[in-house]
Design a protein around this ligand. Structure first.
Ligand SMILES: CC(C)(COP(=O)(O)OP(=O)(O)OC[C@H]1O[C@@H](n2cnc3c(N)ncnc32)[C@H](O)[C@@H]1OP(=O)(O)O)[C@@H](O)C(=O)NCCC(=O)NCCS
Length: 423
């Protein structure tokens, strides 16, 4: 936790996209002050599994942060915000369009108050263009960034992917932008505005589909197992095709349950040993020299038959048995792992990717660990804060307020839910 030691972040993010980013930065050692609406990040109460406890939705995305509640709809709350702004290196937010501006804090104003501060902003569609005024959630971004139209099978509906590429993916993009801007600010003394639109982030993650989009102008795409042709216009959904230069697919294994599948890549270099291993069992001892499959071009043309043969071989084996047969042949492959498989997996535990934590409201729970391993800055994962847990601590330690001042701000409503307007 040394890498970002000394970096202080005013974190106004909520839900998933922004908190993913600030949690990673906290795991790299930044002091992340989660600056919350006094009602709390809405996810604290969403999808609750334990009554009156912060939900897993919240706890899994807000570890290693300090929570302070400030009512930005009061003059006193705004002053606390300004004071904190002056003490932070980064401010980040993922409000709906215009929320910070309505508080009176445009980027220009923030830059004026602290010229060195870097500001990170996530929006569904960015601050310019015809979609700029729209809000967005994960699947809206997947729909509009190209992921859904290219996920599924051609004659079925478009599908979302379980990986949260719209929210968490955008958070990762923002982290990269913030770290680059921080480096520039250290060199020049000047902060800048870093914006990531969820739609842009999803497009970035669908880059290879846009490769294929352009290839379709020149011809078909022989590696696809579904029909493609020159001038097709849009990249089709192609099931579990590999999407790369090597043929790949998911193969159903014994006992043929929902996750009894092995993903296999028939890399060019491994066809011969693979064919020699499976051919005799299939009653085709010469499979390795069979002209229908010997060269990659032929295998692409005849891939349906090749997959049928591999599936037939797989019928007698579980996914783990098949993996054990293919690994010594250097065939890239991996079992489809359920959440249950992963939570119990020795490799996952060994890499600290499933970490047990304690929480005052909910007791023991698990979080997915830090996927970025820094050799000289290993992450130490600590539980998420309860709502406003560090309000006084931050006001005293970071802003130097004394107790009398805190008490007077508190009675003025600076840290509590704004009163409802009369109807
Ligand atoms: C996610 C999203 C759709 C949620 O919409 P929402 O629940 O209506 O929340 P918004 O961000 O638009 O608004 C937040 C409200 O809380 C209020 N608020 C936030 N912090 C506050 C504080 N400290 N004190 C007082 N009020 C506060 C804001 O003023 C705003 O209310 P307003 O509309 O009266 O101005 C929206 O925030 C969004 O599009 N964000 C950008 C894209 C994104 O990140 N989406 C992915 C989320 S995982």
């Amino acid at each position: 936790m040394e890498a970002l030691k000394g970096v202080r972040i005013l974190d106004m993010t909520h839900v998933q996209a922004g908190p993913t980013c600030s949690q990673l930065l906290a795991w790299m050692g930044a002091d992340v002050i989660k600056f919350e609406n006094p009602q709390g990040d809405a996810t604290r109460g969403q999808l609750r599994d334990v009554p009156n406890a912060d939900s897993l939705y919240f706890t899994m995305l807000n570890c290693n942060k300090r929570s302070i509640t400030v009512n930005m709809k009061s003059a006193e709350g705004k002053q606390v915000f300004v004071d904190l702004l002056k003490k932070c290196d980064i401010i980040m937010e993922n409000f709906g369009p215009g929320v910070l501006d309505r508080f009176g804090f445009t980027w220009e104003k923030i830059h004026e108050l602290n010229p060195k501060i870097v500001m990170g902003s996530i929006k569904g569609f960015g601050s310019s263009g015809p979609y700029a005024d729209f809000k967005a959630y994960e699947n809206v971004a997947q729909a509009m960034g190209g992921a859904m139209s290219t996920t599924g099978v051609p004659d079925g509906p478009p599908f979302v992917t379980g990986a949260q590429i719209g929210d968490s993916g955008t958070g990762l993009h923002l982290a990269i932008g913030l770290l680059a801007a921080l480096r520039q600010a250290d060199r020049t003394g000047k902060g800048q505005y870093v914006e990531v639109a969820m739609m842009d982030g999803v497009m970035n993650l669908c880059r290879v589909k846009f490769r294929d989009h352009q290839r379709l102008m020149r011809g078909d795409m022989p590696e696809y197992s579904v029909p493609t042709y020159k001038g097709m216009g849009e990249v089709p959904r192609a099931g579990n095709d590999s999407g790369g230069g090597q043929l790949g697919n998911a193969i159903h294994c014994k006992p043929h349950g929902a996750n009894d599948w092995l993903y296999i890549v028939v890399q060019e270099a491994v066809w011969e040993p693979l064919a020699k291993r499976i051919g005799p069992d299939l009653g085709i001892p010469d499979l390795a020299t069979d002209a229908r499959f010997a060269a990659i071009g032929e295998r692409r043309k005849n891939q349906q038959l090749m997959w049928t043969l591999i599936k037939k071989f797989a019928e007698k084996h579980t996914k783990r048995e098949l993996m054990a047969i293919l690994n010594p042949l250097d065939v890239p492959c991996g079992p489809i792992m359920s959440t249950q498989d992963l939570a119990n997996d020795e490799h996952v535990h060994g890499r600290d990717m499933w970490v047990e934590l304690d929480h005052p409201q909910r007791g023991k729970w698990w979080n997915v660990g830090m996927p970025i391993k820094l050799s000289a800055s290993p992450a130490v994962i600590r539980r998420s804060p309860t709502l406003g847990e560090h309000t006084d601590e931050v006001l005293k330690e970071v802003l130097g307020y004394d107790q009398a001042r805190i008490n007077s701000l508190r009675s003025a409503g600076a840290f509590s839910v704004p009163p409802k307007k009369a109807a």
